[in-house]
Design a binder for this molecule. Structure first.
Ligand SMILES: Cc1cc2nc3c(=O)[nH]c(=O)nc-3n(C[C@H](O)[C@H](O)[C@H](O)COP(=O)(O)OP(=O)(O)OC[C@H]3O[C@@H](n4cnc5c(N)ncnc54)[C@H](O)[C@@H]3O)c2cc1C
Length: 380
């Protein structure tokens, strides 16, 4: 049996930050992957959107000010700067390594863990975590461990491996594409600068930016962000509504289309110069107007119908697509004090996504991993 002061369970972003910010202790990380912080390599499309210029609780599912006040985006930037990681931000405030490669992030993490002589147990599956008297016992597929303090940094709550009683908030995918009936012609079409509204029962949420059509649903950053509206509900009967031209009010759009009537072309060319072909076809199909109709024959009700569709391209949502980026729900923050130590189980800490904290797309989820990991690291 191996003995340590503290064992961090899971070797993702929050675990690494926790280990990097501890004072001198005999610490181990146990993870089932063959590499530390492996998931970081796929974040931000391989570029790792490490944090955001604008960090605030409003970008998360709950108020985390008491944690952000102690370690925020600026703390993240200067923490990694000291490790030699050079960052830049894009026009949306998203920070990336200047190399545009997530490998730069994992490399500086590996160097730091190495320097601090953190013991890594990789390819090791944690099977059971128990507390007996004042010690934590950890069984894995390889060997057993014993320690005084334990940190849950597993990314997701898994009841089957721990005997502790926690208040759990329903676990569901978030930052995920939404299943919808999308016409085949729209597959892979990308829209930019659109206003998207999500409707679920009495709740609505909206966002502006990019949408990507998939074979069986909607994807892209805006959809990921809006998906949280559905994540916290058990059933699907919601709707996504896309406004293709949000900068035009109803009258302006009507006048724009009315003016185009004089182009005197058949309707399959009516939207040329305004929308890509796939979108034009979708609008005409929904409006049930024959493509061969000449534009100058369009009636007022037909123009109004086209305007309505352009500003309300609606999709009924009937599920989530695969490959969610984040888990919403998890162990309630109510179970932990301000240092993220369990209120009922002394010397048990938690950080990262296993807790019921999730943020929008844009570096917010990693910021939570850094914030919570740092606070635990400073307090174990
Ligand atoms: C495709 C993708 C892209 C993303 N892009 C971004 C982005 O650009 N910016 C951003 O802010 N966020 C992004 N995220 C979200 C972000 O990666 C997570 O919020 C963050 O990694 C959570 O860190 P964590 O330490 O809590 O958990 P994780 O990183 O999930 O780490 C948990 C670790 O525990 C291990 N583990 C779990 N159970 C066991 C077990 N029983 N035994 C052994 N090991 C176990 C897992 O294998 C894993 O390595 C992205 C997520 C995905 C999936």
């Amino acid at each position: 049996m191996k003995t340590f002061d503290t064992i961090i369970l899971g070797g993702g972003a929050s675990a690494c930050m926790c280990a990097m910010s501890t004072k001198n202790q005999k610490i181990a990380i146990i993870d089932n992957n063959n590499k530390i912080a492996k998931k970081l390599l796929v974040t931000g499309n391989g570029r790792c959107n490490i944090t955001n210029k604008n960090i605030d609780s409003i970008f998360f599912n709950c108020n985390i000010d008491r944690f952000l006040n102690r370690f925020n985006n600026n703390s993240t930037i200067s923490f990694f700067d000291k490790l030699g990681l050079v960052l830049y931000h894009d026009e949306k405030g998203r920070y990336y390594p200047i190399s545009n490669s997530a490998k730069s992030v994992t490399s500086v993490i590996e160097n730091t863990l190495n320097k601090k002589q953190i013991k890594l147990f990789l390819n090791t599956q944690i099977l059971k975590i128990n507390k007996k008297e004042n010690k934590f016992l950890i069984e894995t597929n390889n060997e057993s461990f014993i320690c005084n303090k334990v940190v849950l940094a597993l990314g997701k709550y898994d009841k089957s491996i721990m005997d502790f009683e926690f208040k759990i908030k329903t676990i569901a995918p978030s930052l995920v594409g939404l299943k919808a009936n999308v016409s085949r012609g729209l597959n892979n079409v990308k829209l930019k600068n659109v206003l998207v509204k999500a409707y679920y029962k009495d709740s609505t949420k909206e966002d502006f930016g990019e949408v990507l059509f998939r074979e069986n649903g909607l994807s892209g950053i805006v959809i990921f962000n809006l998906s949280s509206l559905f994540a916290r509900n058990k059933e699907f009967n919601g709707k996504i509504s896309i406004n293709l031209l949000p900068n035009f009010n109803k009258n302006e759009l009507y006048n724009l289309l009315n003016k185009r009537k004089s182009l005197n072309i058949s309707l399959n060319h009516f939207f040329d110069g305004l929308f890509v072909k796939e979108i034009s076809y979708e609008i005409l199909t929904r409006a049930k107007i024959d493509e061969s109709t000449k534009s100058n024959l369009l009636t007022s009700p037909q123009l109004e119908k086209l305007c309505h569709i352009i500003q309300n391209l609606d999709f009924k949502i009937n599920g989530f697509l695969e490959n969610n980026q984040v888990i919403s729900g998890g162990i309630s923050l109510d179970c932990f004090d301000n240092n993220l130590q369990s209120k009922n189980i002394p010397n048990l800490f938690a950080c990262g996504e296993i807790l019921d904290v999730d943020g929008e797309c844009g570096g917010y989820n990693l910021q939570w991993a850094w914030t919570s990991g740092y606070i635990v690291g400073q307090n174990i």
